[in-house]
Design a protein. Sequence first.
Length: 202
Amino acid sequence: MPNFSAEFWHLALVWHLAFGIFVPPFITFAANFSYRFVDRAGWGADEAVRFTNETAPDGSVQRVESWPREYRPISKIILHATAGEVPSGTGTNYATLIGNVARYHAKTLVWSDVGYNELVDPDGIVYEGRAGGSGVIAGHTHYSYKDTQTGVHVNYNLNSSSLGVALLGSFANAAPPPSMLDGLAQFLADRERPEEKHIERI
């Protein structure tokens, strides 16, 4: 992909957010800012849930990944909203909400881990999502339908070669706050320009 600045991503997010929300065009953004980043340990990821016991041919029990990690070069970015009302304001513990999403994906949906590669809270803080780092195939996008003419079930799996980024909350009736878009835009810009990182680990 070509190298784009944070300003480009701001404009792109205003007009092309994947889930169709309306962002007022008069919102303005700072041109140069850093985004804050929380790794998996920082938000309390339960690493044990990613593994299961498997009996080896010799009878020994081994811990193996339920969803073995695979990697592909990233060619597309897919934006999501996690849905549900998200409280905001001073003192809100967004790390706890990230953990709730992860547990729902891992245990209820049986995806072994959080489905998104990264998540962004209303303050613009970026959280490391699925274990494995850059290029790991996550579980954020799958679409299937039945063709009414042929009766054939058609499946689209866009997890491979994509980066799944989720905004924490539901935006059907309100736009994400500017701080959230700021953090998202800088994160995306930094992925395009790794030599110009503006990351602040917290």
